[in-house]
Design a protein around this ligand. Structure first.
Ligand SMILES: CC(C)(COP(=O)(O)OP(=O)(O)OC[C@H]1O[C@@H](n2cnc3c(N)ncnc32)[C@H](O)[C@@H]1OP(=O)(O)O)[C@@H](O)C(=O)NCCC(=O)NCCS
Length: 166
């Protein structure tokens, strides 16, 4: 990240259908490693995927911005009432700088406010970054073979996500 970029404030907001192109561009910019960790395999038709996420109004998509640049996306995909699945990616070049942690904190705050009880995330056991973030937010992590499942009980979570946003 350039010095100028590091001085620009990180901001978060919910993304709308009108932001879809930005999200598709972010996915298209990803390295094969990021694609692998995000989708647990090689996934290419990002346009179709992003459109399908935005086509269900129950899904909630959050963006992290540095200035006008979208640098992170977190999707909370509706599973059932009160239960969502989380998936997150931070743009290559911006990873490992705390943006993912803050985006998860922002999303958890908002989902809690909406009364959502459970957030589930799936990952591979070698995804140290998302597993480290999951531990910070007291997720219950269970790993079997090549998959880890993390469950966040949002309403009983005795952690103030705001501390990660300041
Ligand atoms: C996973 C991802 C979203 C995390 O976002 P990020 O901005 O890179 O993560 P952060 O910088 O906020 O935090 C990473 C944490 O992992 C920790 N970490 C990194 N490498 C680690 C390792 N080898 N062992 C243990 N912890 C490690 C860091 O120390 C950091 O924790 P800290 O803040 O307590 O030091 C991002 O790396 C990404 O987009 N990866 C590719 C897609 C993906 O994996 N998505 C998740 C599955 S859906």
């Amino acid at each position: 990240m350039s010095i100028v970029k590091s001085l620009i404030k990180l901001e978060f907001r919910e993304l709308r259908s009108s932001d879809m192109k930005m999200v598709i561009d972010l996915y298209n910019s990803l390295s094969s490693d990021s694609i692998y960790y995000r989708f647990r395999g090689f996934f290419k038709d990002f346009e179709k995927y992003v459109k399908s996420v935005f086509s269900d109004s129950r899904n909630i998509v959050y963006g992290a911005f540095l200035g006008n640049e979208l640098v992170g996306v977190l999707e909370a995909v509706y599973i059932s009432d009160g239960c969502y699945e989380m998936a997150i990616v931070v743009k290559d070049g911006y990873q490992g700088r705390g943006i993912g942690t803050k985006l998860v904190a922002y999303a958890i705050n908002d989902l809690k406010r909406r009364g959502i009880k459970t957030l589930i995330a799936y990952t591979t056991p070698d995804n140290y970054r998302i597993l480290a973030i999951s531990r910070k937010f007291h997720g219950t992590i269970k790993c079997m073979h090549d998959e880890c499942t993390t469950v966040f009980n949002l309403q009983s979570m005795n952690i103030n996500a705001d501390q990660f946003l300041n």
